[in-house]
Design a protein around this ligand. Structure first.
Ligand code: K1U
Ligand code: ZN
Length: 173
């Protein structure tokens, strides 16, 4: 397992739409292991492949609470097949937008189909943090970031801050 670098806003790769995974093979399982290693080290509760520069429709998650056993999940080619009309608000963060948190409103419950790390078709009904995290990660597969769900004013402020920081880092190299 290898810890990989996480792309940071405003990296243009984060806006790329990821491609479906054709076959869940050893290469995909290796990538999933690298993603889990990277997510736990960050630390985070989710990670999409594009966040480490791999434009593939796959994500990893672990929403276990502190003190509970780890519950690593590998989710390949996810599709949201149902969303509840009720919404819920959760304060979200993103490993690609470090130290910025904002309330986001999303469907409270969703049903998702996907392939697991063995390539087996699965269906999952999720609520709470699991539903929020799944929607956040599936957005990444479509080049969407959680700041796209907040006000234009707040988004422009964040973009400005991270663009300035990236210019400063590039000069320091
Ligand atoms: O996609 C990502 O960048 C990961 C992101 C997932 C997420 C968090 C909150 C709501 C929706 C989706 C993170 O993991 S941010 C870090 C974080 O939430 C966290 C870090 C340490 C302990 C607990 C949570
Ligand atoms: Zn994110």
């Amino acid at each position: 397992m290898t810890k990989r670098d996480i792309l940071i806003l405003p990296d243009a790769e984060l806006r790329r739409v990821s491609e479906p995974v054709a076959t869940v093979d050893d290469g995909i399982r290796q990538l999933a292991d690298d993603m889990l290693e990277t997510m736990y080290a960050a630390p985070g509760i989710g990670l999409a492949a594009i966040q480490i520069g791999e434009p593939k429709r796959m994500l990893v998650m672990d929403v276990a609470r502190e003190g509970e056993d780890a519950q690593p999940m590998v989710v390949v080619n996810p599709e949201i097949v149902w969303s509840s009309p009720e919404l819920s608000v959760y304060q979200e963060g993103c490993l690609s937008i470090p130290e910025y948190y904002e309330d986001v409103e999303r469907p409270a419950r969703i049903k998702v189909t996907f392939l697991d790390r063995e390539g087996k078709p699965c269906e999952l009904e999720a609520d709470g943090l699991l539903a929020t995290c799944l929607q956040h990660e599936i957005d990444h597969l479509n080049g969407v970031l959680f700041i796209d769900h907040i006000s234009k004013l707040k988004r422009e402020r964040v973009m400005k801050k991270f663009t300035k920081q990236a210019r400063f880092n590039a000069k320091a190299l």
